[in-house]
Design a binder for this molecule. Structure first.
Ligand SMILES: [Zn+2]
Length: 225
C-alpha cells in the first residue's frame, strides 16, 4: 500500500504537471508490464475530482499513468451523492492520501451558471440545470460584490475561484469520513485551477498539506486563500 504523505502525493502531482508544462513528459506507467502488475490491485497516488472538460485529461496533464489516479469527473466539478461516494471509496478503501479538486478557466458550466443569473435566461434542459444550479450562488455572490446588474458584469474567473472554494468546503461538510481523515492527517485536499493555455495546475486552496514542504510551488492565485 501507499506510504506517501498527503504533501508527498501533491508534490508528485506538481512534478508531473511541471514536466507536462515544460513539454518533457515521461509518460510513466503506461507499458504492458505496468498493466499486468495492476491486474488485481490498485494503489493510486491520489484521487482527482475535476471538470469533465475534454481539455482536462487527468493523467496527461499530471504526467501519470495506469493505476496512478482515481478519477471522478462531472461538468463543472459539482458535488453530489455519487461524487462523495466515489471520493469516500478512494479514501477509505484505496487509502489515497490526497484529493485534488480541479477547476479550470473558460469552464462551460461556470459560463452556464453565470448566464443562468439573468432574469430572462433561456431555460436549460432539466438535468443540465440540476447540475449547474449549485454554481449559481457563486455567480450571484460575485455579481453582488462587484455591484453589477447583468451576467455581462460577472467575471467568470472570479466565479470559478468562488465555486472551487465552495466545492472544497462542501466536500468537507458532506463527508464525515473525509473530514475525519483530514483531521487525522491521513488526507490532504488541494483545490487547484488548471490554466488551459499554460497547462499549469495552480493551487488556490489546500487543507492537510504542508505547503512549506512543497518545492517550487506555483504562485497562489490572486484573491484566493
Ligand atoms: Zn469545465
Amino acid at each position: 500500500m501507499t506510504t506517501l504523505t498527503p504533501t508527498a502525493a501533491w508534490q508528485q502531482m506538481l512534478d508531473g504537471n511541471r514536466r507536462f508544462v515544460n513539454g518533457e513528459p515521461r509518460h510513466p506507467n503506461q507499458d504492458v508490464e505496468r498493466r499486468h502488475e495492476l491486474a488485481h490491485q490498485q494503489n493510486p497516488v491520489a484521487t482527482l475530482f475535476g471538470c469533465s472538460d475534454s481539455r482536462l485529461a487527468a493523467e496527461i496533464i499530471f504526467d501519470l499513468g495506469l493505476g496512478d489516479l482515481f478519477v471522478v469527473r462531472n461538468a463543472g466539478q459539482v458535488i453530489g451523492e455519487s461524487i462523495v461516494g466515489s471520493l469516500e471509496y478512494a479514501v477509505e478503501i484505496l487509502k489515497v492520501p490526497l484529493i485534488v479538486v480541479l477547476a479550470h478557466d473558460e469552464c462551460g458550466a461556470v459560463r452556464a451558471a453565470i448566464d443562468g443569473t439573468a432574469i430572462d435566461a433561456d431555460p436549460l434542459p432539466p438535468h443540465i440545470w440540476k447540475l449547474i444550479a449549485p454554481i449559481i450562488p457563486a455567480a450571484r455572490k460575485v455579481l453582488a460584490e462587484n455591484g453589477g446588474t447583468s451576467p455581462a458584469d460577472i467575471d467568470a474567473e472570479q466565479v470559478g475561484r468562488e465555486h472551487l472554494r465552495n466545492t472544497v468546503a462542501n466536500l468537507l461538510q458532506s463527508s464525515e469520513l473525509i473530514s475525519d481523515a483530514v483531521a487525522e492527517g491521513r488526507l490532504g485536499i488541494v483545490g487547484a485551477n488548471y490554466r488551459l493555455a499554460e497547462g499549469t495546475a495552480v493551487p488556490a486552496i489546500s487543507v492537510g498539506i504542508d505547503t512549506k514542504g512543497i518545492e517550487d510551488v506555483p504562485a497562489t492565485e490572486e484573491g484566493s486563500q
